[in-house]
Ligand binder design. Structure first.
Ligand code: IVH
Length: 673
């Protein structure tokens, strides 16, 4: 029988992509770029679109696409998904050891495995004939919720085992337990992104992971940086390794991401190891609330049995709590560059896990209201890993009646201008661009590399300029006089000259840089470049209506509104006038128009997929822009044409489904004539 070459290619792609997923998400050692990875995925999707009959649930393309569920269905676990007993110090561990040694004399010769106890969510993963068929939450230990579609979006989770066909065979049925979590870094990145966008931030990595995993819409889960580590086989058909350490090795060989672990010869070593973990707790990339000490011999572990829901053969050695109570002295408010007001707690200094904590985040004003946090309250504060300390809530039982309910400021605490609230966002904003707190951050942004790139103007000088009252808005930079600078501490002739020269040079920056520099909420470098292509200068952009802006690719209602609002504000209009008067008024370059190409593609947006016969992508971009058109990354209803070449990606199908006309390179040339 002849094997279809496309089918063969499909299998090859799946194998390759699975390998790359494994290298990237489990081994942390990728061998190809994200771009190359996307190319492989695009090629695979393309074949699957052409041959839907070849799509299987373990295909790497199935990680994101499932439709939202109404609610989760219940799943009965194949065996009890147990919990753990706790020990809070080494004496507790010894007491546990003595207890089980009395029960089974073999314990005296036992060796142990020590693993971190990751603060995430337990998941139970079922594999039938090597295929991931179902995943569930722990629930009550007997019945959990079916979250298979959400789990598929986690790249570290193997959809088929063994990942490496040369590895050991997977048993016909295997149920693996692991922990889904978010690294501290990913959590903070996510929160930063949400905060910048005026969205509600999350409390801690665990809550975020829990919320993300229980989304009814898997495509939302897919946007969250969840990951997985496994540590147990709950149930299986066939023979299993006899010890925990061999079990962990086996899981690793099958391609599972496995917790870090160490084997210890006896209980003393295990305790020393647990202590060592505790000492380097802050260096862990994830939150761990302790370590688990496990009897290595799984037969002995089984013989020891279970008390309630806790297996006797394992114990959690909990790290000292990082939650303490202290007095909330006051609530301060920070003003960010975009004017977002963020409340923070000023605390009676307190040591948490060896670090003195004086301030903690209060997230946003809603949080204070919902938790009913009052000035003067005794509050519970948590510091975990490298996460910024945060206030968990008040200890209501010890209230004296002296505490004061907090009312969020109506006026910006720095400049006294009224604050504003945008529908659909939790944040309050100071919208006065001359606000000193904001001004410092705004100036910092204005002079930064990606914006006006004014060399030598660092944060210290920015602060000096604002404090001395020399700069009241970004435009004032352009009227600074040398004798004014010389009044400032640390300034001599040379330094003043250099700064003035750098400021002068920044007048030559292109329009896109100036748009970025204005710091309009939601308008980053890429969007600024798009705007600079569509508008001749800042006056043209200033007079664009909400509707005009929304017709542009990539601009949704929130950003369109933010742009309109920014230009409507009198203080900002004044800044624009001053910039204009100072000669900081770049106009969009239209090289094509200058060279005389007819603007035949004006107002059209193009997307390219696949390899064009004669043009590189850059050539096509130049050609399109020279004729007044625009090139965009992704296909939407606003796309005028999709230009396709050899091996088109999934954009091709998307264009067809949206009814976007598709042309080739030659078609593009004709269109521009
Ligand atoms: S072993 C019979 N190992 O801790 C096995 N649990 O407080 C019992 N956890 O629900 C669990 N890391 O979610 C085990 N390396 C690890 C763990 C771990 C995190 C969680 C797990 C469990 C909870 C018990």
């Amino acid at each position: 029988m002849q094997i279809d070459p496309q089918r063969q290619r499909l299998e090859e792609l799946r194998r390759e992509i699975n390998q790359h997923n494994y290298r990237y998400h489990v081994m942390d050692d990728p061998v190809i770029s994200d771009y190359e990875y996307d190319q492989l995925m695009a090629e695979l999707s393309q074949i699957e679109v052409e041959h839907p009959e070849w799509v299987t649930p373990d295909s790497p393309t199935r990680r994101a696409g499932a439709t939202p569920a109404d609610r989760f269905t219940k799943v009965r676990h194949p065996g009890p998904v147990l919990s753990l007993g706790n020990a809070f110090n080494t004496a507790g561990v010894r007491a546990w050891y003595d207890r089980i040694r009395r029960l089974e004399e073999d314990v005296a010769q036992a060796d142990f495995v020590v693993e971190p106890k990751i603060d995430g969510l337990t998941v139970v993963l079922h594999y039938r004939d090597g295929l991931f068929i179902q995943g569930a939450t722990r629930g009550d230990g007997e019945i959990g919720e079916d979250i298979t579609a959400n789990l598929r979006t986690i790249r570290a989770l193997p959809l088929r085992i063994p990942v490496d066909p040369a590895g050991p065979a997977a048993l016909p049925y295997l149920v693996v337990r692991g922990e889904v979590f978010m690294t501290i870094r990913d959590f903070e990145k996510l929160n930063h992104r949400l905060q910048e966008g005026g969205q509600r931030t999350y409390l801690n990595p665990r809550n975020t992971a829990a919320g993300s995993l229980r989304q009814l819409d898997p495509s939302l889960t897919a946007t969250r940086p969840l990951t997985l580590l496994t540590y147990e086989i709950v149930s299986a058909e066939g023979d299993l390794p006899a010890t925990q350490s061999e079990m962990l090795d086996y899981l690793r060989e099958l391609g599972f991401p496995v917790v870090e672990w160490s084997r210890c010869e006896d209980i003393d070593q295990a305790i020393a190891e647990a202590q060592a973990w505790s000492d380097r707790r802050d260096q862990l990339p994830y939150e761990a609330d302790g370590v688990v000490i496990k009897i290595n011999d799984l037969g002995l572990d089984n013989d020891l049995g279970v008390v309630g829901k806790d297996p006797r053969g394992s114990i959690a050695f909990k790290f000292p709590a990082r939650e303490v109570t202290t007095r909330l002295l006051d609530i301060g408010v920070n003003v960010g560059r975009t004017g977002v007001l963020t409340p923070y707690a000023i605390l009676d200094p307190v040591v948490i896990g060896g670090v003195v904590v004086r301030q903690a985040t209060l997230h946003n004003f809603d949080y204070i209201a919902v938790k009913d946090i009052r000035r003067g309250d005794r509050v519970l504060v948590k510091r975990a890993g490298d996460v910024i300390p945060y206030v968990i809530g008040p200890v209501e039982a010890v209230r004296t009646g002296e505490e004061q309910i907090y009312v969020p400021p109506q006026l910006c605490p720095t400049c006294g201008e009224p604050v504003e609230h945008l529908a659909g966002e939790v944040a309050w904003y100071c919208v006065n661009s001359a606000c000193p707190a904001q001004l410092i951050r705004n100036l910092e942004h204005f002079v930064s590399r990606g914006a006006m790139d004014i060399a030598g103007l660092g944060i210290k000088i920015v602060e000096q300029l604002v404090t001395a009252g020399l700069v009241k808005d970004v435009a004032d930079l352009y009227t600074l006089q040398k004798d004014e600078l010389l009044q400032l501490e640390g300034f001599a002739e040379k330094k003043a000259d250099n700064i003035l020269q750098a400021i002068e040079a920044s007048k030559e920056r292109p329009l896109s840089r100036l748009i970025t520099a204005l710091g309009i909420r939601g308008v980053g470098e890429v969007m600024a470049a798009d705007l600079a292509r569509s508008f001749q200068d800042l006056s043209a952009l200033a007079s664009a209506s909400f509707a005009d802006l929304q017709t542009l690719e990539g601009i949704g209602p929130n950003i369109a509104q933010a742009i309109v609002d920014w230009f409507a504000r009198p203080a900002n209009q004044q800044v624009l006038e001053k910039l204009h008067a100072a000669g900081v008024w770049p106009r969009a370059e239209k090289p094509a128009a200058a060279q005389g190409s007819p603007q035949t593609l004006s107002g059209m947006t193009f997307v390219i997929t696949g390899t064009l016969p004669t043009w590189k992508r850059e050539d096509a971009k130049e050609f399109i822009e020279a004729h007044g058109g625009k090139l965009s990354e992704s296909v939407s209803k606003k796309t005028s044409y999709l230009i396709f070449g050899a091996d088109p990606g999934s954009k091709y199908q998307k264009a067809q489904s949206l009814g976007v006309p598709v042309i080739d390179e030659e078609g593009l040339r004709k269109l521009a004539e």
